[in-house]
Ligand binder design. Structure first.
Ligand code: C2E
Ligand code: CA
Ligand code: CA
Length: 272
């Protein structure tokens, strides 16, 4: 029942309740209302995590799971409230809450295959060594080095600041994955200078892979670049078999998307 709420946009309630929710969030989403609501949500621990599988493209077996934050009381997704939290200086508190929630829900124990848990970090997290300490506690709470962190290309624009943080994170056996790869912020110099573990092809590129020769060539070149740098390649936003097939042909190793499973709350994650 939670699939829609845990999915990209929330709300598997009756149409009337949904309209109510939208009006409620519109009212609150104007200016200080939303900020106050965000602060209260942090205080009241209203955020939840939805989990989406990442599979090996050839075997189709799960190799990982990404935790995506949800704010069930509001009908807005993280693509809306995370940038607001970032601008308001609340993102570090949100990251702390994500790091508490993930081990509490014991997601990695719910799945039979050994999988790694991925969490998303923001640029502010990548600038401070406190993040390495926070993640060290998370690794302990998870009971082993089963953790990946995802950083967007934007973070790499400040490679001199995030370099030491990335090194401290990786020194703990945590993998660092570059999110939203191929969306235009790529800083190739930073990619060469910083040692990372994997890159994730953005869903906007995945979407075009079947009907655009240029998109296929870009994926092929990104794959070669990743290979040269010793990074593995994951595609996100895979919705169709045709996309999965095409990506596998182009050498992409792992994939994530509705074809393999939507983000779900813990109570809706089945054991495999
Ligand atoms: P992202 O990290 O690139 O996450 C992938 C987004 O694509 C997620 O949106 C996911 O629900 C959606 N998605 C997955 N498979 C498919 C598919 O097959 N088709 C389509 N159309 N979409 C798919 P979501 O959950 O709304 O998250 C949006 C963004 O919010 C994330 O993008 C990430 O940048 C940010 N975010 C989410 N959780 C957190 C968090 O805990 N901390 C931080 N700092 N950012 C977060
Ligand atoms: Ca991500
Ligand atoms: Ca993305």
């Amino acid at each position: 029942m939670e699939e829609a709420a845990a999915g990209r946009h929330s709300g598997d309630r009756s149409p009337l309740a949904q309209i109510d929710g939208v009006w409620g969030s519109l009212a609150e989403s104007t200016g200080p209302g939303l900020l106050a609501a965000l602060r209260l949500a942090l205080e009241r621990r209203e955020f939840r995590l939805a989990y989406q599988p990442i599979v090996d493209l050839r075997s189709r077996r799960p190799v990982g799971i990404e935790a995506l934050i949800r704010w069930p009381r509001m009908s807005i997704g993280p693509d809306v409230f995370i940038p607001i939290a970032e601008r308001a200086g609340l993102i570090r508190d949100i990251t702390r809450q994500v790091c508490r929630l993930a081990p509490e829900e014991r997601i990695t124990h719910r799945i039979a295959d050994p999988v790694r848990l991925s969490i998303n970090l923001s640029a502010a997290d990548a600038r401070t060594l406190e993040t390495a300490a926070l993640l060290s506690k998370l690794v302990q709470a998870l009971g082993g080095p089963f953790l990946n962190v995802e950083l967007t290309e934007r973070c790499l624009l400040e490679s001199e600041r995030c370099g030491p943080v990335i090194r401290a994170i990786r020194a703990q056996g945590i993998q660092v994955h570059l999110d939203d790869f191929g969306t235009g912020y790529a800083n190739l110099q930073a990619l060469v200078e910083l040692t990372l573990d994997a890159v994730k092809i953005d869903h906007r590129l995945t979407r075009r892979v079947c009907d655009s020769r240029t998109a296929r060539e870009v994926v092929l070149h990104l794959g070669r670049l990743a290979g040269t740098l010793g990074l593995s390649l994951t595609a996100e936003g895979v919705e169709t078999e045709a996309q999965a097939h095409q990506l596998a042909e182009l050498g992409v190793q792992r994939a994530q998307g509705w074809l393999f499973g939507r983000p779900r709350f813990i109570e809706d994650c089945e054991d495999h």
